[in-house]
Design a protein around this ligand. Structure first.
Ligand SMILES: [Zn+2]
Ligand SMILES: [Zn+2]
Ligand SMILES: [Zn+2]
Length: 253
């Protein structure tokens, strides 16, 4: 869950900025590189969202400013102004020191000073230690689903891998697309070929696009009449996006 009260009353933003603002508000850093990340759109109140429109970034980069590395030995972090920003993992030292087993999912690493301390006595056998630099600046999380909620009507946009792993398509899922005999919900699954374009366009001309949506919403007609099916889905995506699901592409699970 995120906290971003939108102090500047912006009508729209993107989810990555909310995520960053939220971490600096708490303040908090990530202690680990997560395999999944679920971001929840912030709200002023239960019914009022902090932003009228949210653009889901297709990619969020986790860099050193939001990921915290802590040295297992001295507890210094990569945000400590006096420590070097380089942190290392050494398999052999870690096995030897495994009395310091941590149960929480923090990143196992040592600062430059502690590593060279531990390696000082090794002399000739240093080659038996396999050291590797811990990097937290290149992790990318990819958007794979957005769950949109308007009162109790849930719809979702879901990314599906095609047979060619480099290709994907976006699907739209609506469990209550239609009703039969006024009692049964008829679900709908449809492909959304323009999903990437919607986001590109929203990122490029966001004020124009969202002003247009505002303008349309201001009309005294049911939204089903002012919006065609395609722009209705855009409205659902940008206005009702509530849960944003990201996965770490580098992680195997
Ligand atoms: Zn240290
Ligand atoms: Zn080590
Ligand atoms: Zn070592």
């Amino acid at each position: 869950e995120m906290f971003d009260a939108n102090p500047h009353r912006l009508p729209s933003t993107n989810i990555a900025s909310i995520f960053r603002n939220s971490l600096s508000e708490i303040p908090a850093k990530l202690a680990t590189i997560p395999p999944f990340l679920v971001l929840v759109a912030p709200r002023h109140t239960r019914s009022q969202r902090s932003y009228r429109y949210i653009i889901p970034d297709r990619e969020i980069t986790l860099d050193n400013s939001i990921v915290q590395l802590v040295c297992l030995k001295c507890q210094k972090t990569n945000h400590d102004p006096e420590t070097s920003k380089d942190f290392y993992f050494c398999n052999e030292c870690h096995e030897k020191e495994s009395a310091t087993v941590t149960t929480d999912a923090t990143i196992t690493c040592y600062c430059t000073n502690c590593l060279s301390d531990m390696h000082k006595h090794l002399a000739g056998s240093i080659h038996t230690h396999h050291t590797k630099r811990v990097s937290s600046d290149k992790t990318k999380l990819n958007l794979f689903a957005v769950l949109c909620i308007e009162t109790s009507h849930y719809v979702a946009f879901v990314k599906c891998q095609k047979r060619n792993p480099l290709q994907h398509e976006w699907l739209f899922f609506d469990s209550m697309s239609d009703r039969m005999y006024d009692e049964q919900n008829v679900p709908l699954v449809d492909s959304v070929p323009d999903f990437d374009k919607w986001i590109d366009d929203a990122e490029k001309g966001k004020d124009d696009f969202f002003n247009w949506l505002d303008d349309r919403r201001g009309k005294r007609q049911p939204t089903s009449q002012t919006f065609n099916e395609n722009s209705m889905r855009q409205l659902r995506l940008f206005r009702d996006g509530a849960f944003f699901f990201y996965e770490n592409a580098d992680m195997n699970y």
